[in-house]
Design a protein around this ligand. Structure first.
Ligand SMILES: [Zn+2]
Length: 474
């Protein structure tokens, strides 16, 4: 029987800016003009989370394996950056980074979006991915841009997330519903009324994880369990106030919303929430250099809560705009609806039926400030695991920092490598005897250093109190 709208789709769209994308030159990296510092972020899983270790290729295989690092659960910084950037792009009405005039499908043909389905603006204001470092949307300025050999480094770096409970174990995996092809040809689903424009695709949370006994199942060997907590660090360089406000909103969202992370989102995996544990901000570096600690703010507890509340007050006048109403409706958590794709037959019988419209009337809220506890298993005298208890979160030591740019030199006399970098605006230096951290680039970099005395490399750094270890190249 034909229907008027499809209400249970796993995804929906945030509308694009009808007036196009605002762009400007990125601020130079070497000039202090704005806020630098770091945010310590906590992450909690609200449903099982799966990030495969085989990347894209493995998605087509029957059995997929959970990513671990030295046997421990981790969430790579690149996955976190992708999630946070997508939200930031939607909130800031930035470019469609991966869109270059056509959608790539998994079949050999690409799908070219007709011009009528894009905002009617000049080429400079167009929604396609930014190409020119002298003319970047806000998301490309903040998160970086690479196009045709030209690039802009970006103003945030995001480290890998580690479990707050160092003994956190993966949960047993399961099979999930088979993936369906994206169907940009099913135009009724991919264009939004009233102007029939395309939008930014986001997945709803869905009321349950859709496991399967289907013959074409995808089997996940293990998953990160629900209610696990992780911690990671975001470094900020020269962010202006407006960008920092949008970044904080894009991290924390609202108490009635959650992010989607990792793979198998259409099956209901990967619902997560974020919370700020600490913020170190250097709002005026000039003042900071004049008087020690002059402009430095270390925010925790109530001071952090009021800083976040002020940001939400500044953003409040924009919260009724269509793109933010749509984002609030799609990322709503918990989601009351059991989401599923229509069958192939349904698409055949309902070629013109659109997605059901989004709920436009969800109230705006602050993020949730109640700190999450970390569950730890207690062991009874008999050695058996007893009732789970909770404890206040403690910082993880050692922690891996976001990748940093470092100056690398080699002393032929002492046969030592020297790695120098800035952390929170202070210079740090590490000496290493063994070149193993350079991996298969050791000989190439040794030659470069011999010729130019020093090279600039992106490195991965682990911190344990005031001690730093160079883990490798970033
Ligand atoms: Zn852009």
């Amino acid at each position: 029987m034909p229907e008027s709208a499809y209400p249970n789709s796993p995804y929906h769209f945030v509308p694009l800016p009808e007036s196009g994308v605002d762009r400007q030159a990125a601020p130079p990296h070497d000039r202090f003009q704005t806020t630098s510092g770091r945010l310590v972020v906590r992450l909690r899983t609200l449903s099982p989370l799966f990030i495969g270790r085989g990347g894209e290729k493995e998605q087509d295989q029957e059995q997929q394996y959970l990513l671990t690092s030295a046997g421990r659960l981790v969430i790579p910084g690149s996955s976190l950056k992708g999630m946070i950037r997508s939200t930031f792009e939607a909130v800031s009405q930035s470019c469609l980074r991966l869109y270059k005039g056509e959608y790539r499908t998994r079949t050999p043909q690409n799908y070219v979006v007709p011009a009528a389905h894009l905002p009617q603006v000049t080429q400079e204001k167009g929604v396609s991915g930014c190409q020119d470092p002298a003319n970047l949307c806000l998301a490309c300025r903040v998160f970086g841009m690479v196009a045709g050999g030209r690039n802009h480094l970006g103003q945030v770096a995001i480290g890998e997330a580690r479990p707050e409970d160092p003994d956190l174990q993966p949960a047993r995996g399961f099979s999930i519903i088979p993936l369906m092809q994206p169907r940009p040809h099913h135009r009724a689903f991919y264009v939004l009324p009233p102007n029939q424009r395309i939008g930014r695709k986001f997945y709803f949370h869905g009321s349950q994880v859709r496991t399967s006994n289907h013959a074409r199942k995808k089997c996940l060997d293990r998953v990160i369990p629900k209610d696990a907590t992780f911690r990671f660090v975001i470094s900020l360089t020269n962010l202006d106030k407006g960008a920092l406000d949008i970044l904080v909103y894009s991290l924390l969202l609202e108490s009635t919303m959650a992010h989607r992370l990792g793979q198998r989102k259409a099956a209901g995996l990967g619902s997560v929430q974020l919370q700020l544990a600490e913020a170190d901000l250097f709002p005026d570096p000039v003042a900071r250099f004049k008087s020690w600690k002059g402009g430095e703010h270390h925010l925790t507890g109530e001071a952090l809560t009021s800083w976040i509340t002020e940001i939400y007050q500044r953003l409040a006048p924009n919260m009724g705009l269509p793109h933010l109403k749509a984002l609030r409706a799609i990322l709503r958590f918990p989601d009351p609806i059991n989401r599923r794709y229509p069958s192939t037959d349904w698409f055949g019988q309902n070629p013109r039926v659109p997605l059901a419209p989004l709920d436009q009337n969800l109230p705006q809220t602050l993020p949730s400030f109640e700190p999450w506890s970390v569950p730890i298993p207690t062991v009874s005298a008999s050695g058996k695991a007893g009732q789970a208890t909770t404890r206040a979160p403690t910082p993880i030591r050692p922690e891996e920092l976001p990748p940093v740019e470092a100056t690398v030199t080699f002393n032929p006399g002492s046969q030592k490598w020297k790695v120098q970098f800035q952390l929170d605006g202070k210079p740090k230096s590490v000496e290493i005897k063994d070149g193993g951290w350079l991996g298969n680039r050791l000989e190439e970099i040794r030659k470069q250093v011999a010729k130019k005395r020093s090279v600039t490399l992106t490195v991965r750094v682990q911190r344990d109190g005031n001690n730093f270890t160079i883990l490798g190249l970033g």
